[in-house]
Ligand binder design. Structure first.
Ligand SMILES: Nc1ncnc2c1ncn2[C@@H]1O[C@H](COP(=O)(O)OP(=O)(O)OP(=O)(O)O)[C@@H](O)[C@H]1O
Ligand SMILES: [Mg+2]
Length: 232
């Protein structure tokens, strides 16, 4: 198993109030698979993804990614893990506004162990011709494609996407999903994606439905729907 999460718990304290956000979550994902986490707002999806990606820490339980016991890493080891193994894509693209498309990708390539070439990933996301543009000169969908290229250039073992289409219209969303499916095929990258949109789950091998910090349903899809056939 490429990802194995067992009995994961997490609470947040704000003042006197403790909120339990993850109540013993278990999930797994094979290498090269696309997994989707579905669930309503506040159910703990981002918290789970962030713990898997080493951005946040759990209170108890284990996360293993590619034989690395993430929940046992020191802070320094966690920094290396994030840098070397994980690509992150967020709802809002977080591009650096005063760097060009190419430069936004280059800053990540420069700190990566075995990066792909910048032009190869730009070509994969269909933006080679916009390499010298600035983010503000691109549409939202194009900016998200740059952020995908930036996450992919480091050749991550795991691509984590938190609502990657949350800020986009239907047509751009479908383009982004198609692209993620292509990245998964072309580079063999394992992808774990959060969404509110249950139509998207058709393109995943496995779907986990989260409610109030618990996995309430696990669906394994026999057939995977190409993103261009997804409708909502
Ligand atoms: N740093 C924090 N401090 C306190 N509470 C937090 C913190 N981060 C998240 N929470 C709380 O944990 C719960 C789950 O948050 P989380 O961001 O994981 O939800 P989500 O499922 O990703 O929701 P959404 O779909 O709205 O992004 C929420 O009730 C949220 O208020
Ligand atoms: Mg969230």
């Amino acid at each position: 198993m490429f990802i194995k999460v067992e009995n994961l718990t997490k609470s947040y304290k704000t003042g006197e109030v403790t909120t339990t956000v993850l109540k013993g979550v278990a999930m797994e994902l094979h290498k090269g698979e696309i997994g989707v986490i579905l669930g309503p707002s506040g159910s703990g999806k981002s918290t789970l993804l962030n713990i898997i990606g080493g951005i946040d820490r759990s209170d108890s339980g284990t996360v293993i990614v590619d034989n690395i016991k993430v929940t046992k890493l020191t802070d320094d080891e966690l920094t290396d893990y994030r840098r070397d193994f994980i690509g992150f894509i967020f709802q809002f693209y977080n591009l650096i506004p005063n760097l060009t498309v190419g430069e936004n990708i280059e800053v990540v390539a420069n700190i990566s162990k075995s990066p792909f070439s910048i032009d190869e990933v730009l070509e994969a996301v269909g933006l080679l011709d916009k390499k010298n543009r600035f983010p503000k000169e691109l549409s939202g969908g194009e900016q998200q494609r740059v952020s995908i290229a930036r996450a992919v250039v480091k050749n991550p073992r795991l691509l984590l996407c938190d609502e990657p289409t949350g800020a986009l219209d239907f047509a751009s969303s479908r383009e982004i999903l198609k692209l993620l499916q292509n990245i998964n095929k072309r580079f063999g990258t394992t992808i774990l994606m959060i969404t509110h949109n249950s139509a998207i789950s058709g393109m995943a091998g496995q779907v986990y439905r989260v409610r109030s910090g618990e996995i309430v349903e696990r669906i394994m899809n026999e057939t995977i729907i190409p993103a261009e056939r997804i409708e909502w």
